[in-house]
Design a protein around this ligand. Structure first.
Ligand code: HSE
Length: 434
């Protein structure tokens, strides 16, 4: 059924970086949006914690409220846009908006990683859409590609740079030799980092996004799963130099692969071949490389963080869900997302090539002990470098690249080497992509 909408009424939950970007885009592009929709978007109410701190000049201050019920419980509001972040009370607000029959747009990857399947079930039940393009890759239309454009294919794997802050920091460390803290400070000033930047540099934000991508790419019900997650905080400038010497760059990758019925999901710093498309993604840019069984490789890249790129995705979703509401097809697109339980591949079964950096005291026989411990576990060495010469208490770096090995074997060998009296500090391990 087609309903004549004389105006599309919007309620906004949150008005921080992304919310501000949405308000600005709705104002700047009002004419083109109205021409496309045949009716104007009207921002009716905006939920904020403290109206006194909202200074956005494009916003009519009479819209501001601190009472969520004035947004969710207002029957005149057609679309609720959630950009407040967090899981509580957001889960409740989004669930109630869905139950009230509203079309919902959310940018909240943490909420979706934890409760995405549950909220999608709820949206199915109430015949509404829940759209979430902005949850992954900022302005890159990756959700549409995986959900709609590749509907005729199945995906065997995907790898992505999905945290702009980490990529910014790694790029600055690699190209400009900038210290970690200074690069993080810059990323925060530019509005890329989360309120709690531990989520960025610790890999948690990328893990949330990976769960959302895997949910769509593999039809997997993954609410609250725990996946292997390592951040970039332990990567040192010397690792960038060694990576360069071996023909790699260091990137924080989110990786998903299908192994029969099992799914492999992991987020960690990764050595990426300098010639691979992902290696050329610098600064705050994000990128996702998809491998479709029929399509082959497909690569999308763009600005993955920041107010306006993310707001572009939110407003794109807003247009979609408003059109569905106008056309009487609300809920159809979301109903096409079918999820089933999938078992995860245990971390110890991961297979990869590995980079190790051992900081060792330079004594005769040390290399033999390291290679012996690796050999005993069947970890085969591809290349090895010792840089300089240690003396007395001053250790030296020995770096090893392995052939394809099993994570369980690598961890066991590292455990033995790490406990030896010739190592000055715990071994550094970085997995190699491919
Ligand atoms: N903090 C995130 C990032 C913002 O750096 O990518 C976008 O989710």
């Amino acid at each position: 059924m087609t309903r004549l909408l004389t105006m599309i009424r919007i309620g906004l939950l949150g008005c921080g970086t992304v919310g501000g970007g949405v308000v600005q885009l709705l104002r700047t592009n009002a004419a083109s949006l109205e021409a496309r929709m045949g009716a104007p978007f009207e921002l009716v109410r905006v939920l904020v914690l403290d109206p006194s701190v909202v200074t956005l000049k494009e916003l009519d201050r009479s819209c501001l409220t601190t009472d969520a019920e004035r947004v969710i419980g207002d029957p005149s509001i057609d679309v609720v846009i959630e950009v407040m972040g967090g899981v509580d009370p957001t889960r409740d607000y989004v669930g109630r908006a869905i139950a009230a029959g509203k079309q919902v747009v959310t940018a909240n990857k943490a909420l979706l990683a934890r409760h995405g399947a549950e909220l999608l079930d709820r949206a199915h039940e109430h015949g509404v859409d829940m759209a979430f393009e902005a949850a992954v890759g900022g302005g890159i239309p990756i959700i549409r590609v995986v959900r709609d454009a590749l509907a005729g294919d199945t995906i065997s794997s995907l790898s992505g740079i999905v945290n702009g802050t980490s990529n910014y920091i790694l790029s600055r460390m690699q190209a400009d030799g900038m210290p970690f803290e200074a690069a993080l400070k810059e990323a925060k000033e530019k509005g890329y980092a989360e309120a709690n930047p531990t989520l960025d540099v610790g890999g948690g934000d990328a893990a949330h996004k990976l769960v959302v991508l895997a949910m769509l790419a593999f039809g997997a019900r993954l609410d609250g799963v725990s996946i292997l997650t390592e951040g970039i905080d332990a990567v040192e400038p010397v690792d960038h130099s060694f990576a360069d010497r071996f023909g790699f760059v260091v990137k924080l990758l989110a990786i998903a692969k299908e192994h029969g019925k099992k799914l492999e999901l992991r987020v960690h710093p990764t050595l990426v071949d300098k010639d691979a498309p992902l290696a050329g993604v610098h600064g705050v840019l994000n990128a996702i490389a998809i491998e479709g069984r029929a399509l082959g490789p497909c690569f999308l890249s763009g600005r993955g963080a920041g107010a306006h790129p993310t707001a572009v995705s939110v407003v794109g979703d807003l247009v979609d869900v408003a059109i569905a509401k106008r056309n009487g097809t609300a809920g159809q697109r979301t109903r096409a997302i079918r999820l089933a339980k999938r078992e995860l591949l245990p971390a110890e079964d991961i297979e990869s090539r590995y980079y190790f950096r051992f900081s060792v005291f330079d004594r005769p026989g040390v290399l033999a002990k390291i290679t012996g411990a690796l050999g005993q576990r069947g970890v085969s060495i591809e290349q090895m470098v010792q840089q300089g010469r240690g003396s007395g208490d001053v250790p030296v770096d020995v770096v090893i690249l392995t052939h394809e090995s099993k994570e369980a074997d690598v961890q066991a060998a590292l455990d033995v080497i790490g406990k030896s009296d010739f190592v000055a500090k715990p071994p550094r391990m970085i997995r190699v992509h491919g």
